[in-house]
Design a protein around this ligand. Structure first.
Ligand code: 6PG
Length: 241
């Protein structure tokens, strides 16, 4: 389902409303809301909006558990660390207790960090398999999402819930949720804006299936819904909209 907005302000307002509705429904139905946050630069304004006076009182944050769709393999205090960005934009302003935030422990080796993160997911979700209420995702201009990058072996992963992935061209490691786990979520919401993403959006949504080249095509929820929150610039090349 595509939701296209004139500009990022309208887009972020709509997604903040969707996030809050998803949280309230999960808390009403099951007593908790488990969400995997996306990283990068796009979602920072969304998190700041959710923590702002207009929104903060609309969710019982004591019932919300935060995970990350992926993490860069950098120290916790590195400016590139996704959890640090969310800490400043969302967790600190809302006084979220540490016990409600599941970070990737990047002081371990990449493989051990992924294994420890997978264990924390397994321990948190009392039901098997783990089903996130909401997974927020971004989209790279190369059609990656989370850290599911073109040409990486994690694209074929069917068993693990989290894996380390080595990006040869950048000589960096990432830790990512795997597509099978993401696809168990009740709701998946992509947040994509800006003209630089237009080609990737069109390829992912309208090109023939080629998940090795367009990994975001792997995101096909088994039971839930996938929503694309786009601004007009990012949706500009879509033929069917
Ligand atoms: C990350 C993200 C990644 C991101 C896209 C888009 O760790 O970088 O999880 O998947 O969503 O790369 O990033 P921007 O929002 O910065 O364009």
């Amino acid at each position: 389902m595509q939701h296209i907005y004139k500009n990022t302000d309208e887009l972020l307002t709509a997604l903040a409303g969707f996030f809050i509705a998803s949280a309230r429904k999960a808390i009403s139905d099951n007593g908790t809301f488990s969400v995997a946050l996306s990283g990068g630069s796009s979602p920072k304004k969304l998190y700041e909006k959710l923590a702002s006076a207009d929104y903060r009182d609309q969710v019982d944050w004591s019932k919300v558990y935060f995970f990350f769709g992926d993490e860069r393999y950098v120290p916790a205090d590195d400016p590139d660390n996704n959890a640090l960005m969310a800490q400043k934009a969302l967790f600190e302003p809302l006084n979220i207790p540490e016990a409600q935030v599941y970070r990737v422990n990047t002081s371990l080796s990449p493989q051990e960090a992924a294994a420890a993160y997978a264990r924390s997911i397994k321990e948190h979700f009392t039901t098997e398999p783990a089903r996130f209420d909401l997974v927020l995702l971004g989209l790279g201009d190369d059609a990656h999402t989370a850290s599911l990058f073109p040409g990486t072996t994690v694209l074929q992963e069917q068993e693990a819930t989290a894996k380390s992935v080595y990006l040869k061209d950048k000589d960096v490691y990432r830790i990512t949720l795997t597509a099978p786990l993401i696809n168990l979520a009740r709701d998946i919401a992509f947040l994509v804006y800006g003209a630089t993403k237009a080609a990737a959006v069109q390829q992912v949504l309208e090109a023939d299936k080629n998940t090795a080249t367009y990994p975001a095509q792997l995101i096909q929820p088994l039971y839930g819904n996938v929503h694309w929150f786009l601004d007009e610039a990012a949706a500009a090349l879509l033929i069917n909209k």
